[in-house]
Write a protein that binds this ligand. Structure first.
Ligand SMILES: [Zn+2]
Ligand SMILES: [Zn+2]
Ligand SMILES: [Zn+2]
Length: 254
């Protein structure tokens, strides 16, 4: 298993437009955060989680030439607005399967109405094959990559977290139902939401992220969806040994 952090920033990205704070002006590339997304690679499969608003830049940076599937967590702009840029991969390799729950599909079909209800012929529309997933219902890519969609709560919105064998990716949440907690045990890697130091109405703040890591006891945990309060070098020192701030370009392998 290989997980590449394509983006680790909150919805605004970091730097934040117009901000001159220590993090937004930092020369450390680990303080520059594109909108959140990860690439999962296992055997010959390449799975993208969310087509972030920065997907084009992320695909160029990481030389993504082919994807076997795209999994969607939820339909906030930072997570889906790069979807049209899948066209570049379609032109070379054909249609791509998009996996999302019913709730997300309702929004995807509305936001990308021109794709799913084409009103014009031609013009290079994205070629997307819709697959509807249900939380709790496992499925596989190839023989060895088992994917478990899990429900987490983001304000009032149910959002999908994903477990890939012994890795899990859980962003945009401020509550984890007990059934999902049980499905997040015995992990090698847990990537978890942590938008800022203080609590937030739709995301975990640092104390809540650490508290859940402590309960779930993954071998390693990585914080993502970070805003411009986290200065990588300084704040890495305050975290427990098995917890790190994620940064764009960080690659994890099992
Ligand atoms: Zn988000
Ligand atoms: Zn700032
Ligand atoms: Zn969100």
């Amino acid at each position: 298993m290989k997980l590449t952090f394509l983006g680790t920033g909150t919805s605004t990205g970091v730097p934040f437009i117009g901000c001159d704070c220590e993090v937004c002006t930092s020369a450390d590339p680990r303080d520059n955060r594109l909108r959140v997304s990860v690439l999962i690679e296992h055997a010959d499969k390449k799975i993208l989680v969310d087509t972030s608003a920065d997907f084009r830049q992320q695909a160029l940076r990481h030389k993504i030439r082919r994807l076997d599937a795209v999994l969607i967590t939820h339909c906030h702009v930072d997570h889906i607005f790069g979807m049209d840029d899948l066209r570049a991969l379609n032109f070379r390799h054909g249609a791509i399967g998009i996996y999302a729950d019913e709730l997300a599909w309702t929004d995807l079909r509305r936001v990308f109405q021109y794709v799913f209800k084409p009103t014009h012929i031609g013009g290079g529309l994205p070629q997307l094959i819709p697959h509807t997933i249900e939380t709790g219902a496992k499925f596989c890519f190839g023989e060895n990559l088992e994917v478990t969609p899990l429900q987490v709560i983001h304000g009032k919105l149910p959002v999908v977290a994903y477990r890939f064998n012994d890795f899990a990716y859980a962003t945009d949440l401020n509550f984890i139902p007990s059934e999902t907690m049980e499905n997040l045990l015995d992990l090698d890697v847990l990537v978890i939401d942590c938008v800022r130091f203080k609590p937030h109405s739709t995301h975990f703040g640092l104390a809540e992220s650490l508290e859940h890591i402590e309960k779930l006891k993954p071998k390693r945990a990585f914080l993502t969806h970070l805003n411009h309060e986290f200065l990588y070098e300084r704040d890495s020192k305050i975290l427990p040994d098995n917890v790190q701030l994620a940064y764009d370009g960080l690659i994890l392998t099992d």
